[in-house]
Design a protein around this ligand. Structure first.
Ligand code: THU
Length: 135
């Protein structure tokens, strides 16, 4: 699949400008491309109860489903300077659910599959396999 990384980067910067980050003063923006060619964006939304903060990637996942769902193909995450930021551990798991191991994540010198950021991941397939049958 052909990803327009430049447009995704621009969209991530636009989203970052809407971040609500009064506590950390660390605005983050993310933009993802869906497998059917749509773009979904998100920014971090902090809370005075710090642990409740929503990361930008979390907002991307919400935007994906708000827009009707689908699968994520590629993501760019940026900091206030527009520099590439790597998704935190929790966000790697969130992205895995909606993009799978082949989803591409922008790094400073290109992109890598999500499987490199979350190797040997626990995913929906494992859950189905280990679930007990009724009765
Ligand atoms: N943050 C994100 O939005 N995404 C990440 O992957 C890393 C961290 C946000 C959370 C918090 O609002 C701020 O960056 C500082 O940690």
């Amino acid at each position: 699949m052909n990803i327009d990384w430049k447009s995704l980067h621009t969209a991530a910067i636009g989203a970052m400008r809407n971040a609500y980050a009064p506590y950390s003063k660390f605005p983050v923006g993310a933009a993802a491309s869906t497998t059917d060619g749509r773009t979904v964006v998100g920014c971090n939304v902090e809370n005075i109860s710090f642990g409740l903060t929503l990361c930008a990637e979390c907002s991307v996942v919400s935007a994906l489903h708000t827009a009707g769902g689908g699968r994520l193909a590629a993501l760019v995450c940026v900091d206030s300077r527009g520099e590439i930021l790597m998704p935190c551990g929790r966000c790697r798991q969130l992205l895995y659910e909606h993009g799978g191991p082949e989803m591409r994540i922008a790094v400073s010198d290109g992109s890598i599959p999500l499987s490199e950021l979350l190797p040997r991941a626990f995913g929906p397939g494992d859950f189905a396999a280990g679930q007990q049958q009724p009765g």
